[in-house]
Ligand binder design. Structure first.
Ligand code: F6R
Length: 240
């Protein structure tokens, strides 16, 4: 794992956007592994800016997202499909048919998870996967536990995650308690992984991630992947 500490969130986002844009330029038909939440918004803003300048072309690229809340369809403004459309897909020339976000309204969620895993395999895994970290060390919605499910699966959110994500909803009671998420093995199919963390609220998770491997901190498993770049701002790196 390579580590970079940046002065600000802006610099963290720019560094990650540079890696992703190099990927798109050197392999236009690449597969981008994408995340939602606050962390990657700066990256998406930068990529949109470069696209508008004519420096990036997404027309041959495909994407695959980490997760989605169970019960929300893509028109719900709290869904991750809605987030991706609003923050990236609608603002660059990616072909929406080549974008994949788990279907939170799938009739049979278990069978949907198997199909999503097949899709990851069909795409050959992501060329580059962006990851944020939960305050409790979660990756995707792989929450700390004694055992982790390796492939795409249905999962329950921990109270800490519900509380952290409540800021996006009218109230904590509105946060869905279940989600579909790629498993750690699905994520490991990526050829390169960029892990991002900013702000003091992520400092404990970053520390735990680098201290030793444990399913109690799913992010720590990333130390086992051969090509991971961790980019943190000063605050997130402050306890290491
Ligand atoms: C999002 C995801 C989550 C977030 C994590 C950090 O698709 O899978 O694991 O990356 O919860 O969220 P933020 O960036 O909002 O702090």
């Amino acid at each position: 794992m390579r580590y970079f500490e940046t002065d600000t969130y802006y610099h963290m986002s720019r560094m990650a956007a540079n890696i992703i844009s190099a990927q798109i330029i050197t392999k236009p038909d690449c597969v981008l592994g994408l995340a939602t939440g606050s962390t990657p918004i700066g990256i998406y803003k930068q990529l949109i800016e470069w696209y508008k300048k004519g420096d990036l072309d997404f027309s041959d690229a495909a994407s695959i997202n980490l997760d989605e809340y169970l019960g929300l369809d893509g028109t719900n403004d709290q869904s991750y499909r809605y987030f991706m459309n609003k923050n990236l897909f609608d603002r660059v020339n990616i072909n929406k048919e080549n974008t994949n976000v788990p279907d939170g309204k799938a009739e049979n969620a278990e069978s949907f998870c198997r199909k999503y895993e097949d899709k990851i395999d069909e795409l050959g895994g992501a060329d580059v996967q962006i990851l944020g970290i939960g305050r409790n060390g979660h990756i995707g919605f792989n929450e700390p536990d004694s055992v982790l499910v390796p492939t795409t699966h249905l999962t329950s959110l921990t109270e800490s995650t519900v509380e952290a994500n409540a800021r996006f909803f009218a109230s904590e009671a509105d946060v869905p308690r279940h989600a579909i998420t790629m498993g750690m093995r699905s994520i490991f199919k990526a050829k390169k992984i960029i892990v991002l963390a900013n702000g003091e609220s992520k400092a404990d998770a970053v520390k735990a991630m680098l201290e030793g491997i444990s399913t109690k901190c799913p992010a720590s498993l990333l130390c086992l992947h051969p090509n991971v770049v961790l980019i943190c701002d000063k605050a997130a790196y402050s306890k290491v």
